[in-house]
Every structure is written in C-alpha cells, then in structure tokens.
Design a protein around this ligand. Structure first.
Ligand SMILES: [Zn+2]
Length: 281
C-alpha cells in the first residue's frame, strides 16, 4: 500500500510518468543499469571520436536537412530537470526532415536539447580528438516509418541524433533564444518564446555543410535504447561565457544547479566510426 501510494505521488510529480525511477549524473550514473539494463549494453553513447582512427567515408547522397530554413511559428522551451528542451512548430504542420549521408530512410525532427558543464572545460558528451567542448546540442530525429518519437525510440534504425558542439568564445554570436531559459530556471517549467523567429535552425547551424562523424549508438540518458544513428559535427559553434552561464543558472528536480548533465564516455567495443569529410570544409 505504501509503495503504490509512493508511486502515485511520484507519478503525479513528473510530466512523463513511465514508472521509472529518476536518474542523476555524477555518482548517480552507476545506477543507470538498474533503471534500464540497456544502459549496460555494448552500443552505448557517447564515445571518444578520433579523426585519425575513424574510417574515411564518402557520401553517396549528401546529408540534408529539408525545411530547416523555415522560421518556426512557435517555439517552446522546457526545463525537464535534466536539460533544456526546445520544441518547434512550423507553418502548415511541416517539419524538418533529415536524410542522406549514412541515414537509411527519412527522419523527422522531434526536438533539441543540450548538455553542458559547470564550467567551460567540460559539458559536451562526445570527445573529439581528445577535446571536450563546453556544450553539446542534440537535434533528435525519428524514422518517419514509426509515426512518433515514442514509437521509434526503441526500434532498429528508429532515431538519428545530430550532435553539434559549442566552444566558449569571446567573439561568439548572440543567440536570441538563450534568454528564454531565464523563464524556466525551475525544473518542470515551460515557456513559449515571444518571438519564435529568433530560433531559426539554419540561422544557427549555418548553410554550409561541415565534416561529421557517424556511428551506431544509443540515447545518452536512460532508458539508453541502442537505436541511434549518430551524426556528430566535428567543428564547434561558438557561445559566449555570458550565454553559457544562462544554461548554468537552471535548477534540477532537487533545486540544485543543473550543470554537468553529460554522460561519461562509453566503451566503443570495436564499433566502426565513419568520418565524412569529402567535399566538406
Ligand atoms: Zn542529448
């Protein structure tokens, strides 16, 4: 009786009630295998990426983001206690499609979120050529043959995630979508940006296609499903310390600073990592 009451209270407390205990970073990552056995699998993410130790690959079809030049009609940001998630609506219910490159099929954009550190010496999940950047953004896509992210997340070839790093830089652009984070400093709060056009994806990541790594891996949070084709752009975008500090001002579910929300490196277990740089710069 006591247990079910606790579970009920627990479920009421969370936006997404999936009867899984909450997870945490730091010492808490040792418990992830108890939350989901998938977290102890052999195809986990993130991993260390190396330009010289990856397999040079050429695209048969260019990796494309269709519709990413559109201005969104609505952008919401949510502090879910683990990260800041931005979700987008586009005119006529259109969405961004990722296809080509190493992707097998068409993948619909679901949302994007970030991993960051307490300071700029850490924060990104993937490490590139021994360097860990201050922040890593994940654009999450699901294979359109599965209807929704929820349906796709544990399916073979279900997800694609585009990872883009941010380096701390004094001469970084100013991002108009960052100040909205001051409205969601408390966990489990959401906010609708007054001007959705400040978050144009093409405006953020640029028109020019850039070299990237690709490998088969997992979600980097429980339940750690091994359903992800990773696309990790090698070169970072830039963000000022002032704007990175806005991310660091968020609070987690316990009211503590929401920082260092990155998973430790996982064993590659001999997985091939491909590096796409032909014709890209
Ligand atoms: Zn992520």
């Amino acid at each position: 009786m006591k247990v079910s009451l606790l579970l009920l209270v627990y479920c009421l407390a969370w936006v997404v009630c999936d009867e899984q205990p909450d997870y945490s970073y730091g010492a808490g990552v040792a418990e992830w295998g108890n939350i989901s056995s998938q977290c102890e699998g052999r195809l986990q993410s993130p991993i260390a990426l190396s330009t010289t130790r990856s397999i040079p690959a050429a695209e048969q079809r260019p990796l494309e983001l269709l519709g990413y030049q559109e201005d969104p009609t609505q952008v919401n940001v949510t502090n879910d206690g683990h990260t800041a998630v931005y979700s987008f609506q586009y005119p006529n219910d259109r969405t961004i499609i990722a296809q080509g490159g190493p992707l097998r099929g068409r993948f619909r954009f679901a949302s994007l979120h970030f991993h960051w550190g307490a300071n700029s010496a850490r924060g990104a999940e993937h490490v590139v050529d021994g360097r860990r950047y201050a922040m890593e953004m994940h654009l999450v896509f699901f294979n359109e043959m599965y209807g929704s992210f929820m349906e796709a997340q544990d399916q073979t070839n279900g997800l694609a995630v585009l990872g883009i790093f941010f380096a701390s830089s004094a001469d970084a652009p100013y991002y108009g979508w960052v100040p909205a984070l001051t409205e969601v400093q408390q966990a489990q709060t959401s906010y609708t940006l007054p001007d959705p056009t400040v978050f144009n994806i093409k405006g953020l990541i640029g028109a020019r296609r850039k070299p990237y790594f690709s490998y088969q891996g997992s979600l980097t949070t429980p339940p750690c499903y091994e359903s992800v084709t990773w696309l990790v752009q090698k070169k970072p975008l830039q963000m000022s310390e002032e704007q990175l500090n806005v991310f660091r001002s968020l609070r987690d579910n316990n009211g503590n600073p929401l920082v260092d929300n990155y998973r430790p490196l996982q064993n590659a277990n001999g997985r091939p990592v491909y590096y796409y740089s032909n014709g890209l710069s």
